[in-house]
Design a protein around this ligand. Sequence first.
Ligand code: SF4
Ligand code: SF4
Length: 298
Amino acid sequence: MKRIRFHGRGGQGMKTASRIVGTASFLEGYIAQDCPVYGAERRGAPIQAYTRVSKNPILERGVIVHPDITIIADETLLDDRTANVFQGVYGGTITMINTHYSSAHVRERFGISGKIVTLDMTDIVLTQIGKPVLSSVAAASASKLTGMVTRQSLKEAIVRELFSVDIPKEVVKKNVEAALICFDRTPDIHIDHSEPMKEDNTFVKLEYSGPYLGTPSTYARGNTVLKKTGNWRLFKPVIDHERCSRCRACFVHCPHSCISLDTAGYPRIDYENCKGCLICLEECPKKVILKKREVREW
Ligand code: SF4
Ligand code: SF4
């Protein structure tokens, strides 16, 4: 059996990624199981999703504690200790990280061992789809790393899963193109070892993993008012104050109360907490809020 654990942020498509890998594996003739764990139901909050793939009936349930493949779809999770991205990773685990940094750089920066591969998936989706939605590309990388899924089954699984949630045909096509690029660029490396399924695991067993895993952003230590959500951001909203009419629409609509008004009535963004949802940009009637891609210095 192969166990795949996806880490991402709410809204990036990790649940769909786990479903695509499950469907693609099923099309290849395997038995598959997938499920997400949301934690805080909030856009941008850390989430996990799991896929198990096997030739035999899958008796395990619940979170994957020791993954054979880990997909980290958002590099900012590496800095977030409550996300636990390396929890239960063993010597044989392959970890794929969505970043423009090299695997050697990431290994040195975070002091991690094991098989690390990196790929700038965000760049691929921004070019091919125009939006930072990572479901298809994350699924493509995971599928390649299992060594069990062909390009054809991946393609068919993406079409089935995205159509099932009413994604328009044109967008599905772009997702397939991005995914196939990602599939081809993911290294052809293999898992040497996978923990066998326990023989005595004959009934449903949900392993307890504690609230720090299930609700990371509302419960765990370090998530008080001192928790800053500015590092969730992929795009930074920047207001052109020269052209701002002081209508306050952005101030009213920011779901995170990150916009305040200065003494002259101009909006000011609290970048320590702005999570980059870009609702302010959408709501600005004058279109004077621009977005800039965040580039993190490690
Ligand atoms: S992007 Fe805009 S609306 Fe979203 S959190 Fe930041 S300031 Fe608020
Ligand atoms: S919505 Fe646009 S125009 Fe209105 S206050 Fe905000 S930035 Fe200025």
